[in-house]
Design a protein around this ligand. Sequence first.
Ligand SMILES: C[S@@+](CC[C@H](N)C(=O)[O-])C[C@H]1O[C@@H](n2cnc3c(N)ncnc32)[C@H](O)[C@@H]1O
Length: 393
Amino acid sequence: MNVMRHLRVPNKSVQDVIVLLKDNDLLHNGMRIIPDSDGKHRLIPLSNSAPHSLPSYFREFEEVTQQGRPDERPNESWWTHLSRMIGEDIVREHGESWPSNHEFIGDIMIVRIKENISSFRKEIALSKMASHPNVRMVMEDRGVQGELRIRNLSPIALRNNSEIITEEISLGRHDTRVFVRESGKSILCDPTKAYFSTKLQTERLETLDLARELRQLLGSPIRVCDPFCGVGPVLANLISEDDLVSDALATDLNPDAVEMLFDNLRRWDGRQYPEEPVVIERIYPDRITGVADASTLSEISGVRSSWDMVIVNLPHKTVEMLPKLIPLLDRSSPSLIRGRAVVAESDIEATNRRITDILPPLLAGSPPISLNIKRDYSSTLRLCSFQAWIAPN
Ligand SMILES: C[S@@+](CC[C@H](N)C(=O)[O-])C[C@H]1O[C@@H](n2cnc3c(N)ncnc32)[C@H](O)[C@@H]1O
């Protein structure tokens, strides 16, 4: 008897919740998603190791315990296709090297391929496409690069009607702009032109929770500054919640990111934004946006000392950037910095102390700075996040 825990989710939110559950290792892979008897919900199976108390963003959904349904559909996983294409022996020979993970950005699939199996990149792409018929393009991810943190992506295979092309796919000729659904919003992005990661959705929901906490503490809607906003996914969650955010600053150094941000803001905010990326300006009394270097923002009057929450999302430079960002906070009341940092695991304690030394005094009773490991960045480096509750002057 497979009586197990399921999350009862409205049909329209099922895709969002599956991504989040996967991201948190909470989805049961061997069991099926079952339609609820009311026709309006589905029951998503939770993994046996899911904690009794689920993260706060799942609490809006009812948990039901009932008979699970094993997934007995024929296993046409990408491995099966790959084995058929190159033979089981070669698949076995390279064991753990094959990319079992991939990331979907809209109908684009992004895969990291290890050096020792790079000669099979086409077979990998074709097998993944065969098991995911809705994927239009598979691209190899060679890592995030440069100041603008854009991924170095190389297209391997493109579905063109019923045909799959693997030769002469040039990025400029094919549409790489896609809409991604997240928490009920659609986010326009182009992973070849601006940073975007679907894997940060959990991080963004934690940021949303922190913003709610700050709003509660201040007793009024908060002013949020997102100076490394990319195409704006953090703000998507924040500005869409009633009475959470009053004013927002959304800027980035990358004009392509800002162009897509304007498209996104137009839909989320229901107001007009420029068609072209413009240099930072106050477009509405409550919206400052455009292209800007975060390190000089605090030189602009009307931007300095104006924000309750500052989001620092340039993880490899956080510690270096912090001193230039602190003056953006309005220190007449409690404020919050929410940041991410890439550090060696052995340096975490030292970095906690460095950040504490750089920051103004923390709010009495708030927890000390503590980098929280989110995932491995490399064999030694860890991607961490932190929050700092700052005391008023
Ligand atoms: C890791 S990405 C985060 C983007 C976005 N917040 C997100 O979560 O998708 C960092 C962003 O910082 C931008 N950036 C890098 N240096 C910057 C600077 N000096 N001033 C403003 N933006 C910068 C990059 O263009 C990139 O979009």
